[in-house]
Design a protein around this ligand. Structure first.
Ligand SMILES: Nc1ncnc2c1ncn2[C@@H]1O[C@H](COP(=O)(O)OP(=O)(O)OP(=O)(O)O)[C@@H](O)[C@H]1O
Ligand SMILES: [Mg+2]
Length: 268
């Protein structure tokens, strides 16, 4: 199967022309059942390239399941997922990664015995074209230069040689973002990146997310309304496996139904 090469130097409109679509992500009628439990029900969602979207909802609303269906960790029970115009519903996760989709996890997945820079370097190696080689492994200077760039993007340059096990929790989350940025993705899914962060670390996170290149769209799942509304331009509200409302951050904040369900104690 041929894969369209992703050239990060090309403009988004050029790339759209190449892929012939107007949406980065398009979900149509996606449902996911675990036995009798409907974790997702008839989800329809369109996200433009470069768009920053927040998905909010109470515990168990189906947010992470939605991510898993987009990334290929789960096969939807019904419905389809398109990524930049291509139907990827049945593609394996690594095939979606090759097309420029990345994610971070709700639970940390880092090499704690290695340095910050080495973790990012390994992530860059993992998504590079030459990752499978029978030759003796050698350091790839171009990938190391990319890792050095990414360490700056997430504000960790001062501690780039520190072992991950010695990092503060918030710094580990920043490192995960750098790893998700490896290989110049077109779209990223962030699963609760602000969970457990201090107020200072939250501000740092907001700065990092709002400072990402404009063409790099994302969806952020977030319980912290303040973070979510500051880093997104569009919000989708989920409850019981359904998206029940979409709107701009200010509209969502003012919405009585949202306030009743989510802000007013619906969120446990
Ligand atoms: N692998 C699985 N097997 C069975 N049930 C699952 C599985 N993953 C999720 N669920 C169930 O699906 C529903 C949605 O879960 P999901 O993790 O998507 O919620 P969430 O919105 O991410 O919640 P949280 O805010 O707590 O992270 C829950 O009832 C959950 O128990
Ligand atoms: Mg979740």
């Amino acid at each position: 199967m041929s894969v369209t090469a992703i050239d990060p130097t090309r403009s988004v409109s050029d790339r759209l022309e190449a892929t012939g679509t107007s949406n980065a992500l398009e979900l149509r009628g996606v449902s996911k059942y675990f036995g009798a439990l409907a974790a997702l029900q008839d989800i329809t969602l369109s996200v433009r390239p470069g768009e920053r979207r927040a998905v909010l909802g109470s515990n168990g609303a189906g947010k992470t399941t939605l991510f898993n269906c987009i990334t290929g960790d789960f096969l939807p029970t019904h419905g389809s997922v398109r990524f930049f115009g291509e139907d990827v519903t049945e593609f394996a996760a690594h095939e979606r990664i090759r097309r420029g989709l990345r994610r971070t996890y709700q639970i940390s997945l880092l090499f704690t015995g290695l340095s910050v820079l080495d973790n990012i370097y390994l992530a860059c190696c993992g998504v590079s074209r030459n990752r499978f080689s029978f030759l003796r492994p050698r350091r790839n200077d171009a990938l190391m230069a990319t890792a050095e760039d990414l360490v700056r993007v997430v504000h960790l340059e001062d501690i780039k040689n520190t072992k991950v096990s010695a990092l503060a929790y918030g710094q580990q989350r920043q490192l995960e973002i750098a790893m998700a940025l490896s290989g110049a993705p077109r779209f990223i899914l962030f699963d609760e990146p602000a969970a457990g962060l201090s107020p200072t670390e939250r501000s740092e996170l907001i700065e990092i997310l709002t400072g990402l290149p404009g063409h790099m769209g994302y969806i952020i799942i977030e319980h912290d309304m303040d973070v979510a509304l500051r880093v997104s331009e569009q919000v989708s509200m989920m409850h019981n496996g359904r998206i029940f409302k979409e709107g701009k951050p200010a509209e969502i904040e003012e919405d009585p139904e949202v306030q009743a369900l989510y802000l007013g104690g619906g969120h446990d």
